[in-house]
Write a protein that binds this ligand. Structure first.
Ligand SMILES: [Zn+2]
Length: 272
């Protein structure tokens, strides 16, 4: 049994501030170590539950945060960008399930470091009128490949948003949000213990878990942070301007929608 573990950083215990998630300062160097420790806890949980192969997907920022020399040597790691399946890379490689570690709630919410894909560019994303988070976007992308989400960890707002979408998954709360940049966290040690147990529990329930399947084709609504970003994205002829800061487009599959969104995210670097 092969298991995919996708690891982001904003939901990791002890992480609250943008400095901790942005490369180039000592706070980030500590936070990426905490992220790697939670990845290792998840890897251990997968092997506890009978996995014989584990793929770890580095799913934050430029996708090269996990410290390869500190990662459990039994796992293989997917790093670097761009890549078509982004935070779900590896789900095309015959995995039995996906675990989401260190995830966070969607843009516009009150969760710790809440955002969707790109906090500079995107204010919100809807698929067929439903607000999407990174967990629902990439859970649906994995679902398109027949892969169910088995486990998720992050703050209480992340869990609230996703419990109904992945009803058989095991959720682990690493911290409770009291604001975008504040909350109450488990110690990293306790968070790792809970993640290890949660991954094993989620894998244990995999027979009941179903891949998340969205109705396609998708009507995608993208709300941008500024009118200038919407001006830029609407250079793409398939995009229809809705208002100053919103545009919409159609996509045949979740993968097509995710790839178009990630192209917009890359384009937005022009306006930084
Ligand atoms: Zn992230």
């Amino acid at each position: 049994m092969k298991i995919l573990i996708s690891v982001d950083i904003e939901g990791v215990a002890g992480v609250y501030h943008s400095q901790q998630v942005r490369a180039g300062n000592p706070e980030y160097e500590r936070a990426r170590r905490l992220m790697t420790d939670e990845a290792n806890a998840a890897i251990a949980g997968a092997f506890d539950a009978g996995a014989d192969e584990v793929l770890v997907n580095d799913s934050h920022g430029d996708f090269r945060n996990l410290l390869p020399d500190v990662l459990d040597a039994r796992a293989q790691v997917v790093q670097g960008k761009p890549r078509y399946l982004s935070m779900a890379s590896g789900c095309e490689l015959g995995v039995a399930g996906m675990c989401m570690v260190g995830y966070h709630s969607r843009a516009g919410g009150r969760g710790i470091l809440a955002h969707t894909i790109n906090s500079f560019a995107f204010a919100g994303i809807e698929f067929n009128g439903q607000p999407m988070s990174e967990a629902s976007l990439y859970g649906a992308l994995a679902g398109e490949h027949g892969v169910p989400v088995l486990m998720g960890s992050g703050d209480d707002v992340f869990i609230e948003e996703n419990r109904a979408l992945f009803p058989h998954a095991a959720f682990v709360q690493t911290k409770r949000a009291t604001g975008q940049n504040s909350g109450v966290s488990l110690s990293p040690k306790k968070a790792c213990e809970a993640i290890r147990a949660g991954v094993a529990e989620g894998i244990g329930r995999r027979a009941q878990a179903r891949p998340l399947q969205l109705t396609t084709p998708l009507d995608v609504l993208l709300r941008t942070q500024t009118p200038a970003l919407a001006d830029l994205f609407c250079q793409w002829p398939e995009f229809e301007r809705v208002d100053a800061t919103a545009l919409r487009f159609g996509a045949r599959t979740v993968e097509a929608a995710v790839r178009m969104l990630n192209c917009c995210s890359a384009m937005s670097a022009m306006l930084r």
